[in-house]
Ligand binder design. Sequence first.
Ligand code: MN3
Length: 249
Amino acid sequence: MTHRSLNRRHFIASALAASAAAPFLSPLRSLHAQETRPGAAPRYRLDPLPYPADFLKPAIDRETMEIHHGRHHAGYVRNLNGAVEGLDVPANIEHLIADLKQVPERVRTSVRNNGGGHANHALFWSVMTAANQSGEPSAPLMRAFERHCGSFAKFRENFAAAATGRFGSGWAWLVVREDRSVTCTSTPNQDSPLMGPEFVDVPGIPLLGLDVWEHAYYIHYRNRRADYVSAFFDIINWAEVSRRYEATL
Ligand code: MN3
């Protein structure tokens, strides 16, 4: 193992450990508590949405939320449980996808897609809230935007560009990199920055994620992804994103 990958492992592990104390990981704590006897199933669980399905409208409509959570996210969890059946894997979904190389090769692609899908959507629900509760980034996060992106406005520009520029299905991200800088990036499919340099262009700890698969916006926005991305900025749960950032400091 290279020095670099040791560093990355240490970075991911310490950031995950730090963030385990934060309220936003309470769904993940419940996954932890669920780790039971070998062979017990299901290993991973779909938590309910942390708010009613119409809580985010008009930015995101009720029907989209119901289908997205109740069918798409549920499908990732179900398929993930099928893929890891009988395997000794971490109960914490973020730990699982941060160490895909430990997953047997025959199910690695399925765990990458469905484990990524589970982790990404769990994060996604948590970083959104009603527009009148969106708030603003904490002072430390605002300083990080200024230092690493140039300004908060520039962060928004970069994040929107990552979201609208991702061809096909994928995600836009705000991540903390190993050098502790924050930056915007995107991934295809259900890849997560947590998966590391073997799997993604910009590895790191995701603070904010935006699903830009068509299933995330097509009912209301049809093909107008840019309008969906623009509306997303109104419903970012800045308290949660700031907590995630401060857990990495
Ligand atoms: Mn989705």
